[in-house]
Design a protein around this ligand. Structure first.
Ligand SMILES: C[S@@+](CC[C@H](N)C(=O)[O-])C[C@H]1O[C@@H](n2cnc3c(N)ncnc32)[C@H](O)[C@@H]1O
Length: 196
């Protein structure tokens, strides 16, 4: 994965470096073993700042197809300018992730990633997104999420459990950076790995 554009805000480099360490740790805990060329879907990806460390954390597997999707056109434009995938296909689309099943020609995904999921903001919308996310995953595929808040993470995990997803690992990030805009909010505060 090649990063063609620097991150746009101060502090992001450190957050992303720490996220890379967190992903390696949680994949070890979950005893995942990724191999071959993977199809990866990044839902509600925003600027998709994590694209590079996500790809690195899946090694020795490589990403052969990567799709990032978000409602925000400006973020999608920035993501598309930043990331390149030599030897693979990379695409960023503005759109509603709850409608992803309507896109023709997509592969079944090996991994769905959701950073800073926003479940409690619009639970009904996110219920729809999770249905679609699981429908696009291969049997045995993985869904990985991170969360800003404790309760929001609990709600997301409960929702995944009601869908029958197996939870392989769930951990609090020891080096998560506190954010000043809300109490109890920090960057990638929680991470969980589920298996379909
Ligand atoms: C908390 S932000 C996280 C963004 C990014 N993943 C990050 O960690 O910086 C939540 C994101 O969900 C996106 N979002 C909310 N509902 C969505 C939907 N139905 N389909 C696609 N994206 C959605 C928002 O536009 C926003 O970018």
């Amino acid at each position: 994965m090649i990063q063609k554009l620097p991150f746009s805000y101060e502090g992001i480099d450190g957050d992303i470096r720490r996220l890379g360490g967190l992903l390696r740790e949680v994949f070890t805990l979950a005893e995942t073993c990724f191999s071959g060329k993977m199809a990866v879907l990044n839902i509600a990806c925003g600027r998709a700042d994590e694209t590079g460390v996500l790809a690195a954390s899946l090694e020795p597997a490589r990403i052969g197809f990567y799709l990032g999707m978000d409602l925000r056109a400006d973020a999608i434009t920035e993501a598309a300018r930043r990331w390149e995938l030599p030897g693979g296909e990379i695409d960023f689309r503005e759109g509603n992730a709850a409608m992803i099943g309507r896109i023709e020609g997509l592969p079944e995904f090996d991994l769905v990633f959701i950073r800073h999921q926003n479940y409690w903001h619009e639970p009904m919308v996110w219920e729809g997104i999770l249905d679609e996310a699981l429908a696009t995953l291969k049997d045995g595929g993985h869904l990985v999420c991170t969360s800003y808040f404790d309760l929001e993470h609990e709600l997301f995990v409960a929702s995944m459990r009601t869908r029958g997803a197996e939870i392989l690992a769930n951990m609090r990030h020891a080096f998560s950076r506190d954010l000043p805009d809300a109490e109890g909010k920090s960057v990638d505060r929680w991470v969980a790995v589920f298996k379909k």
